[in-house]
Design a protein around this ligand. Sequence first.
Ligand code: 13P
Length: 229
Amino acid sequence: MIYAGNFKTNHTRQSTREYLMKMQLHHHKIKEGDRVLIFPPITAIDNYDVNFTIGVQNAYPIQNGAFTGEVGVEQLEEFNIKTILIGHSERREVLGESQEFIAKKFNFFKDMGFEIIYCIGEPLEVREEGEEAVIKYLLTQFKGIDTEYDNFLVAYEPIWAIGTGRSATVEEIASTHNELKRYINKPLLYGGSVKGSNIAEISAIDNVDGVLVGGASLKTESFLELVLH
Ligand code: 13P
């Protein structure tokens, strides 16, 4: 299983360091073959001496240049960052990233050899139309994306399940993941209100290769509850 923690706009540099040091103390308990990735806010990126992958939640598709407020590859290389989230629904919905821009970003970071966790997810009104509509919608989010790229994972995060406490049901996750795997044969993570009380049933679903966790990743205790379940 892959356990990825997305801190979003939470934690400081200091609290991230404390968090990672605490996590590192439990590293030896992680099952062989399992993997932990942490995505802190950009100000907390540093050279940490830990056995986890540290990635970024976002970056601009440029080496360096005039992109006020953005961070390019030059800034990531300083900390040896080679993993990035692309296409998160908060960036699509709140920051207004278009599929075209997301595809441009994907292709740029692919060319740089980054490990990409590519996020997709439907809004509630699409889920309410049924499974067929969901798959059709999700497949539009792969427009311009090379799904054959080696260093590529997908995270399915239904928007209505993010931060709401209401995870998708086991049946919904199972059928959507099964269908997605028919099109894209890459590691497939589920995200959306994953927590201690539902990790056992979610991780047991066929075709769930990992989880992408927001709220429950913010405290080491609650994240460890998932990672070591
Ligand atoms: P929550 O786990 O808080 O629902 O967030 C999921 C998410 O968006 C992870 O990227």
